[in-house]
Design a protein around this ligand. Structure first.
Ligand code: PRP
Ligand code: ZN
Length: 296
C-alpha cells in the first residue's frame, strides 16, 4: 500500500501560485523543475499533480488524488453535473482557504436593456458553468437558453452568439474591457480543499496532518503577537482594547513601579486605529510581531 498523499492543484491560472505557495508554507519542499506535471515532496510523503482546474474534482472524486485544491465555482459545477448525470459523489469540501476569491455573475452588454432577472427570459446565455446557470434559472423560474463555452465567454455577446453571459468576476477588468456590466451574482467562491471520501486509514493520518498544518499557517497569517507597557491603573482598559486575545500575560518591569508589560496573542488583525487607542490610554513601547505557525 502506497503511503503517500496525492494532491491536485491548478497548473496555471488564478489559483496556481497561491496553492503552490500554500504547500511550501506548510514546510513541504519539492524537487520541481518548471513545467513538470508532478512535483514530489522531498521531506513529506506527498505527490502534487499540476493540472487543469476543471479536472481537479474528477481526480479527487475517483480517488486518483486524495486531496484537491480548487475554486468552489469549479466544484459546484462538477457537483451539479454529477447529480444531473446520476453519478456518485465521493468528494467532500473540507477546508475553505483565504485566497482565490471571486464570484460567478451574469453580465450584460452596456447598451442592452437587460436590467433585471425577468428580462433574461427567452434570452441566450453563454457560460462555462451550464449546470450552475441552468439550476439557478430553474429555481428562479426563468426560461432562458444556455450555450456552453469552454473559455473566452466574454467575447460571445460581440460575436452575436448570445445576449448575455455568466462568468467569473474577480477584479471586473475583463468585463469592463469587453463592454459588459455585472448583473446578478449566483455564487461567491474562494479556493477550497476537497478530499476523497474513502481515503484509506494509512493515508488519512497524513491527510489530517496536512490539514492541521494548513490550519496552523492560515490562522497564524492573521494573528499577531503584541507587547506593550501599560500603566498599572490602565491595565484592564488596555487589555480590553486588544482584539481577539485570550488571557494576556502581565509581567512586572524592573525598576519601573507604576507600569507592567502586557504580552498577548491576537488571533485577529490589529489595525492602526487600535494601536492609536492603546497609546491614548497610556500604553508605551508597543510592538506588534508576525507569527509563523499556531498549533493548538
Ligand atoms: C476568469 C473569467 C474571466 C476572468 C475575470 O477566468 O473567465 O476571464 O477570470 O477576472 P477579472 O474580473 O479579474 O478580470 P479564469 O482566470 O478563472 O480562467 P479560466 O476560466 O480559463 O479557468
Ligand atoms: Zn478553468
Amino acid at each position: 500500500m502506497e503511503n503517500k498523499i496525492k494532491v491536485a492543484i491548478q497548473k496555471s491560472g488564478r489559483l496556481s501560485e497561491d496553492s503552490y505557495n500554500l504547500l511550501k508554507s506548510i514546510g513541504i519542499k519539492f524537487n520541481r523543475s518548471k513545467d513538470q506535471l508532478i512535483a514530489y515532496g522531498t521531506n513529506y510523503p506527498i505527490e502534487v499533480l499540476l493540472t487543469r482546474d476543471d479536472d481537479i474534482p474528477t481526480l479527487v472524486n475517483e480517488g486518483t488524488c486524495d486531496i484537491g485544491i480548487v475554486g468552489k465555482n469549479v466544484f459546484e459545477e462538477f457537483k451539479l453535473e454529477s447529480i444531473a448525470k446520476g453519478n456518485r459523489l465521493n468528494i467532500d469540501e473540507i477546508y475553505k482557504l483565504p485566497y482565490g476569491s471571486c464570484r460567478l455573475s451574469f453580465a450584460v452588454p452596456e447598451k442592452s436593456n437587460l436590467n433585471s432577472l425577468e428580462d433574461f427570459s427567452g434570452k441566450k446565455i453563454a457560460t462555462s458553468y451550464p449546470n450552475i446557470v441552468n439550476n439557478f434559472l430553474k429555481e428562479n423560474n426563468i426560461n432562458a437558453g444556455c450555450i456552453e463555452f469552454k473559455g473566452s465567454v466574454e467575447i460571445a455577446p460581440k460575436l452575436g452568439t448570445c445576449d448575455l453571459i455568466c462568468d467569473l468576476v474577480s477584479t471586473g477588468t475583463t468585463l469592463r474591457a469587453n463592454g459588459l456590466i455585472e448583473a446578478q451574482t449566483l455564487l461567491q467562491s474562494t479556493a477550497e480543499i476537497y478530499a476523497y471520501r474513502n481515503i484509506s486509514q494509512n493515508k488519512s493520518d497524513l491527510v489530517n496532518t496536512f490539514i492541521e498544518r494548513v490550519n496552523a499557517v492560515i490562522k497564524a497569517s492573521n494573528a499577531r503577537y503584541i507587547m506593550l507597557h501599560a500603566p498599572k491603573a490602565k491595565v484592564e482598559k488596555i487589555v480590553s482594547l486588544i482584539p481577539g486575545s485570550e488571557s494576556p500575560t502581565i509581567i512586572p518591569l524592573t525598576n519601573i513601579e507604576d507600569k507592567v508589560a502586557v504580552h498577548a496573542l491576537c488571533i485577529e488583525e490589529i489595525f492602526w486605529e487600535t494601536l492609536e487607542d492603546l497609546k491614548a490610554e497610556g500604553a508605551t513601547s508597543i510592538l506588534v510581531l508576525p507569527i509563523e505557525k499556531i498549533l493548538d
